[in-house]
Each structure stands twice: as structure tokens, then as C-alpha cells.
Design a protein around this ligand. Sequence first.
Ligand SMILES: Cc1cc2nc3c(=O)[nH]c(=O)nc-3n(C[C@H](O)[C@H](O)[C@H](O)COP(=O)(O)OP(=O)(O)OC[C@H]3O[C@@H](n4cnc5c(N)ncnc54)[C@H](O)[C@@H]3O)c2cc1C
Length: 377
Amino acid sequence: MQYDVIVLGLGAMGLAAAWQLAARGVRVLGLEQHIIPHSLGSSHGHTRIIRQAYYEHPAYVPLVQRAYAGWYELEQAVGQHLLTTCPCLSLGPADGELITGVKAASYEHTLPIEMLSADEVIRRFPAFQNIEPFAAVLEPTAGVLAVEDSLRAMAQVAVAHGAMLRDEVAVQSWRREGNSVCVSTAQGETFHAARLIVTAGPWATRLLAPFGIPLRLMRQVANWFAVSDRSLFRRDRFPIFIADTQAGAFYGMPAFDARGVKIAQHYGAPEVEQIEQIDRSLNPADQAPVRAFLRRHLPSADAPLREASPCIYTLTPDRHFCIDTLDDAVVVAAGFSGHGFKFAPVVGEILADLAIRGQTAQPIDLFGIGRFRAVHR
Ligand SMILES: Cc1cc2nc3c(=O)[nH]c(=O)nc-3n(C[C@H](O)[C@H](O)[C@H](O)COP(=O)(O)OP(=O)(O)OC[C@H]3O[C@@H](n4cnc5c(N)ncnc54)[C@H](O)[C@@H]3O)c2cc1C
């Protein structure tokens, strides 16, 4: 069968693209090397934070607002709850990247935020301690997404709209054939389509290096702690938080279920080039920075470890996404740099626009691959 678009890699971004393309009546084939979902890439670990006062850059705000609509639409389509609202507390130096970034994004886009004193933080969220050195900003409009359920939901809706999704099929190579693209798999099959979308997550380092896209990988371990006083970590008494400390950045969220409180370090690990260099085992040293953070700022969460899960960030040099066309037949979306999941529905829309029309009305100037070529010339 001749397809209009082939999507290489069905994690968060590939499934979102397949969903959005199929919903527009496009004949789409999605190819995934593992099963959907799996825990070897970047889209696993039960939960992902979504927030609007985007400290990384105000340009993300319209995109995340569009993504909220997409998540609600997906919830309706599958009749399943995927996004749980919960405020997000940012803690850090008043002149640091996090606090100044949250304020800049909220002022530019008129988002509601609340500045809290250390006393107010502890009164509203009594699990915190020793936060006097930090400025505190609360964003009421944040939330948590169910990550694996979201992937299943996107796959379900894509298939319902006619997409063909194949798992355990690894793409080995692609080449241009006139106006179309020919994709070959490790299983010996070949497929043809007018367009190819490459959404390979951490495997993109190798696939996209020949095109001058300099991606790196970083192993990150998410931890769930079995707190003894669960009432301190209920959604009404404990927020999503991001803390910018001298020892690095940490984030966490309430105890939504029996696994307990999820807390992890953000960045702060060595960068590697290839996925084979990622240590898939769990090491006692993994918890050390998080334990030190807990002892100082959240002592009641310094509890037995119930679960831990290594996951991978795919990084661009500036930590902004990479979404662009490689040529008139191939579109890429990679380098989501540890903060991409929340955007999946709008990234799917953008990829569908780029594949079908070669352009999008969404604001993606920050994400072009030209910025890498300029640096590496
Ligand atoms: C610990 C952790 C916490 C995070 N927290 C947040 C958060 O709170 N909020 C947020 O917004 N984001 C967060 N992120 C980032 C977010 O999860 C990622 O940006 C996003 O999941 C990336 O999706 P992806 O589709 O690019 O990659 P993936 O989901 O990994 O998908 C890539 C897929 O391509 C497949 N593939 C690759 N090569 C081939 C091939 N040759 N043939 C066939 N298939 C192939 C892979 O098997 C994989 O399934 C976090 C990430 C991690 C690791």
C-alpha cells in the first residue's frame, strides 16, 4: 500500500503525529521498534508535569496552551482521565533562571501566578522546610499527565482514524526515490510514502548526526518514596514543585497513588552520545543527590525507596526543541531536552502541518535546525 506519511518511532511525539495526521484523513503508517508503550526511551514512568508559566522561554506559552486543548480533546476521544490539575511551586534564587523565567513568561502572557513568602509556603505546604533562602512562585494552572495511558490513548485514536501502527518493526534506513521516500526495516520490509517524519527520541542522536543535528543523551532516574505520613503529600497539601538549588535542580509531585511521592533531579548527569552508553541498571549512587535534597528541604519524604526508573533526556545544546524539515520530504522532531512530553498534542499538529503543507501557523522559530548549522559552520 502507498502511504502519504510514514512516522519513524512511536513514542510521545510519533504517536501524536500519527493521531493528528490520521484525524486529517491522511494515510499514515507508524513504525515502532519496541512495543507501545515501552520503558527504554523517554516516555515512561507514570507521570509528566504540564505547566504554563514556562521559565525556559515565553515562546513556549502559546504552544503549551494549545497542548492543553489537545490533551482535553484526547481525554474526550478515549473517555479517560489523563490530566490531573495541581498547582506548581517554583523555588529558587530571586534572580535565578527559574524564578525570573516563570515571572517573565507569566507577565508576557498574563498568566496568573502568586508570589509566596517562606512562611506562606510552609503554612500551605507543610512538608517543606528550610526554604527561607528561596523566592517562591505558585502557578495554579499546572498539572500532571498520565504518560503511558496518554501514549495508549494517542495510539487508540490514531488507529480509530485509520492509521496503521506497527510495533516491533525497526527502521534501518531511508532514502529519497524521486518525490517519495523509501523506508527499509531490519525485518527486511520496505515501505514508500510521500513524506517521512522522524520522531526517534534518544535514538535520534545517531539517525540525525549526519544532518548536522548535535544531540546528546542524559540518563535520569525518577524515584518514588514510600512516605509514612501520606496526608502531607495529598494534592491539596503538596504541590508539583521545581527547586533550583546550589546542588542542582529537583522536581517532584504529590503522592497520587500507592507508589508514593515522585522526586527526581533535573539534568546534572553526564552527557553521552549513543543510547548504548546509557546504564539501564539502578545504582545505589543514583539516589544520593535527591536524598541530600530531601534531608534538607523535605525530610518527611526521605523515606524508603518504593520504585525507581531510569529514563533518557535527548538534549540539544540550548535545551530548546528541534522541529523542522530536513528537506521537502523529511520532517524531524527531536531533542525535547527533558521537557517535551506536555507539548505532544501540539507537536503532533505541527508535524502534521509540516508533512502536509511544509509549514505551520504555530510559533516554532525557536526550534529550527539552522541554529545548529550556524554554530557548527
Ligand atoms: C525522567 C524524565 C522525566 C521527564 N519529565 C517531564 C515532565 O515532567 N514534563 C514534560 O513535559 N516532559 C518531561 N520529560 C521529557 C519527555 O518525557 C520527553 O521529551 C518525551 O517523552 C520525548 O518523546 P519522544 O517521542 O521524542 O521520544 P520517545 O518517547 O522515546 O519515542 C521515540 C520512539 O522512537 C522509537 N524508535 C527509535 N528509533 C527507531 C527505529 N529505528 N525504528 C523504529 N522505532 C524507533 C523508540 O523505540 C521510541 O519508542 C521527562 C523525561 C524523562 C526521561
